[in-house]
Design a protein around this ligand. Sequence first.
Ligand SMILES: Nc1ncnc2c1ncn2[C@@H]1O[C@H](COP(=O)(O)OP(=O)(O)O)[C@@H](O)[C@H]1O
Ligand SMILES: [Mg+2]
Ligand SMILES: [Zn+2]
Length: 254
Amino acid sequence: MPTETVCPNCGGSGWKIIERADLSGAERCDCVFGERARRLEENAAIPPLYRNASFDNFALPRDNPIASRDLANVLLTVKAFSREFPTGKHLGLLLVGEPGTGKTHLAVAALRILIGRGFEGLFFDYQNLLDRIRAGYNQASGSADREAYRFALDTEVLLLDDLGAHRVTDWVEDTVTSIITYRCNNKKPLIATTNLPDPDAGSVMIDRSTALGKPDYKTSLADRIGSRARSRLFEMCKVVRMPLVEDYRLRRSI
Ligand SMILES: Nc1ncnc2c1ncn2[C@@H]1O[C@H](COP(=O)(O)OP(=O)(O)O)[C@@H](O)[C@H]1O
Ligand SMILES: [Mg+2]
Ligand SMILES: [Zn+2]
């Protein structure tokens, strides 16, 4: 059986006795803060694939100087957001770009920095969150599902991954709008990622792969989450567009 290591300074009580001359008292032990960060990280529900994602292990492509420079700028912006949080200009961060460009990696790296500084953070996959909120209406579902909606509203920092990756229904649009509006009105930070393009994020909106004949308009973020949620999101978030780098999953396998 592994034994837990007990803090030598406080014997695990979280308090250390201070004795000075004829005065003695108790003071919080430093280990309490490390312990809090560990517990916060455990409760953040970060998926195993991203549990170690950090700024340090975010690599820049070596074979493409332009992509490398652009990605380095993105990295600097996300680092600055985490460093200045919560007093920076924006309370939220929205990463927009193609699949495999490292959005979730960077979003988690930022969340982990905030957790390390004592903020409570929670990772939610967008589709999974909506499924759980929907399941929560069913009396037979577990209490975790019933609480998902409250968690999404109330957690200190919410990471909403893959925003808009879901078919559109009025219910989805109303639910995501209420979460984003509530968080925006109450100044509750949100970190979000999306593969969906948006003209204000500098995305190209016309799909030229069907260039024979007339070009198609791509499905936009507003198409999927509704224009109200989309505009609140842009209001509260620093919007960062990922450069066109090759899908990291493919890059790595070469
Ligand atoms: N620049 C990078 N350096 C290191 N790992 C990366 C980088 N970009 C992506 N990854 C890794 O590749 C996988 C896919 O990246 P991910 O962040 O999920 O992309 P996206 O969310 O944009 O689809 C993840 O395992 C992620 O940790
Ligand atoms: Mg992702
Ligand atoms: Zn201690």
